[in-house]
Ligand binder design. Structure first.
Ligand SMILES: [Zn+2]
Length: 235
C-alpha cells in the first residue's frame, strides 16, 4: 500500500515536472519570437531612416511647372537639337558657357533652332535646356522631360544650362551669375536634388567648360555656396 502511494506520488511529481518543462519551453519560444519581432522592427526602422536620409525621392520632370521669370521658347522638335527623347529622371544640373563671347541668349537659342535645317554628314548636334543671357534673362529651349544635347554621357539624366559671357575669358556678368544662382536653386528645390548635383561640363568629361569656373576652382565653390545660401533664404 505504501509502495502504491509512493508510485502515485512519483507519477504526479513527474507529471508536474513535465508540465513545468512545457511551460518553460513555451515561454522560451515566445521570448525568442518577441526578440525576433523587435529585431525586425529595428532593422526596418534603420532601413527607413537611411532611405530618408540618403535616398531622395525622384521627381517626374514632367510634373514641374516653370516659373514666370523663365521665357519659354521651345525649339522645334528635330534630330539635331531637340530629338524629343524622354528624360524620365533628373539626377544633376550641368553648367556650361557658350564659348561665343558677346552673343545673347536669344541668338544662342535661335542658333540651336536653326540646326533643324541641317542635312548631310557634317551635321552639328547641340542644345541646352536653358540659356542665361548677359542681362540675366533666362530662355528655356527644351522641356524638362526631354533630353538636350549638351553634356555628353550625362545627357540622359541631367538638365543643362548654357551661360552667355561678354569676353573670351568666360567670366559671367553679375546679372548672369545671379540668374544662374536663382535657376540652380529653383531646379534643386523642384527636382529634390542635393547640393552635389550641380556640376560643370568639366566634371563630366574634362572639357574646359565653363572656362572661367574651371580655371578658378575657388569661384566655382563660391558659386555652389551662393546657391546653397539662396536656397536656404528663399525656399
Ligand atoms: Zn559645356
Amino acid at each position: 500500500m505504501i509502495s502504491d502511494e509512493k508510485d502515485l506520488y512519483d507519477t504526479r511529481r513527474q507529471a508536474r515536472k513535465k508540465a513545468r518543462m512545457r511551460r518553460l519551453k513555451r515561454r522560451r519560444a515566445l521570448l525568442i519570437c518577441a526578440m525576433a519581432l523587435v529585431l525586425l522592427l529595428l532593422i526596418w526602422g534603420a532601413v527607413s531612416l537611411a532611405r530618408m536620409l540618403f535616398f531622395r525621392r525622384p521627381v517626374d520632370p514632367a510634373s514641374v511647372a516653370v516659373p514666370d521669370w523663365v521665357d519659354v521658347q521651345l525649339l522645334d522638335v528635330n534630330p539635331y537639337s531637340r530629338p524629343g527623347t524622354p528624360l524620365t529622371e533628373i539626377k544633376g544640373i550641368v553648367v556650361h558657357y557658350t564659348a561665343n563671347p558677346g552673343t545673347t541668349a536669344q541668338q544662342n537659342r535661335n542658333y540651336f533652332n536653326s540646326l533643324a535645317k541641317q542635312n548631310g554628314e557634317s551635321a552639328t548636334s547641340v542644345s541646352s535646356h536653358f540659356i542665361i543671357g548677359l542681362d540675366g534673362e533666362v530662355i528655356q529651349c527644351i522641356p524638362l522631360d526631354e533630353i538636350s544635347y549638351a553634356s555628353n554621357d550625362r545627357n540622359g539624366d541631367t538638365v543643362s544650362i548654357e551661360c552667355c559671357h561678354p569676353e573670351a575669358d568666360g567670366k559671367f556678368t553679375d546679372a548672369t551669375y545671379q540668374s544662374l544662382v536663382r535657376l540652380c536653386a529653383w531646379l534643386e528645390e523642384e527636382l529634390n536634388l542635393s547640393e552635389a548635383s550641380i556640376i560643370r561640363h568639366y566634371d563630366v568629361n574634362g572639357k574646359l567648360c565653363p572656362l572661367y569656373y574651371v580655371e578658378n576652382e575657388s569661384l566655382w565653390n563660391t558659386f555652389k555656396n551662393d546657391v546653397k545660401a539662396y536656397r536656404k533664404k528663399n525656399f
